[in-house]
Design a protein. Structure first.
Length: 281
């Protein structure tokens, strides 16, 4: 009898509210389809990067969880999610880009860094749920991209989203179109030929190319990382990456500042907290 009552209660709930969890949606907003069609007809074989990074596809209009760019874009695309897709080097490069755009500060070398990756368009997702932003408010991204040379806004889709409040907390949630598209000047093609004579060999992680571009020291020619193509010599450049960090791999943006050398001597158990996956990288 108890089981029958419980099943009856579930049936009543399902009939009145459905069985889906919070964030259900009946359809993808039309502006997403419009933006995808615009990008698909122009990107060709060059890349599209969606920013800011977010753990899952959770939007103001619904929570598909798997990001909505996957079924809509036929162009090459990338996005930083909780579970990274691709190589560790690619993930480190995406982290560097995400940290830069969420900082709210322009980057002199951002367009060069993106261009070397073949990224032609940056898709700014202003309609992400605010709980997942972790500082990547639309106003910050707008400021960072607007103050970065070689980044030009070329399209916008959807009605403005955000708040009208003017207090200090919500001032960063200014209203912007739901989606914005920035074009990267001089994005590289999918494949190029380059002279193999005298390449630059960078010792460090791929994220080190962004500060090199900011400082004007990133060459226009090919760059080899660490031991890539070991038969080629190349002029060496030693960087300060990768750095010793404490990172929670259960979160997307929980990374400590650079740690001191003394932290390396701590026993491995000091890096682990209950309920988290924190360890040095």
């Amino acid at each position: 009898m108890a089981a029958a009552v419980a099943l009856g209660g579930i049936g009543v709930t399902a009939a009145s509210h459905g069985l889906s969890g919070p964030g259900e949606f009946k359809d993808v907003p039309g502006y997403w389809r419009d933006a995808a069609a615009w990008i698909n007809t122009r990107a060709g074989r060059q890349g599209v990067l969606a920013v800011p990074g977010a753990p899952f596809g959770e939007y103001l209009w619904g929570r598909p969880m798997d990001d909505i760019v996957q079924p809509l874009l036929s162009a090459r695309w990338g996005v930083r999610q909780l579970v990274p897709a691709g190589s560790p080097g690619y993930t480190r490069a995406l982290d560097a880009i995400d940290q830069q755009v969420r900082s709210g500060q322009g980057s002199p070398g951002l367009s060069a860094f993106l261009g070397r990756m073949g990224v032609r368009y940056v898709l700014v997702r202003n309609d992400l749920r605010r709980e997942t932003l972790r500082g990547a408010w639309p106003a910050r991204l707008h400021q960072a991209l607007g103050d970065s040379p070689g980044m030009r806004r070329v399209a916008a889709f959807g009605a403005p989203v955000g708040t009208d409040a003017d207090d200090a907390v919500t001032a960063v949630d200014q209203k912007y179109p739901a989606l914005e598209v920035y074009e990267v000047d001089g994005a590289a093609g999918v494949a190029n030929l380059a002279d193999a004579e005298n390449p630059v060999r960078v010792y460090g992680g791929p994220e080190s190319l962004l500060p090199m571009a900011d400082g004007g020291t990133l060459p226009s020619g090919p760059v080899l990382l660490d031991d890539d193509a070991g038969d080629l010599k190349g002029a060496p450049v030693v960087t300060d990456s990768p750095r010793l960090l404490r990172r929670n791999f259960g979160e997307l943006h929980q990374t400590s500042p650079t740690l001191t050398a003394a932290a390396r001597a701590r026993p491995p158990t000091s890096w682990t907290r209950a309920g988290s996956a924190t360890r040095p990288t």
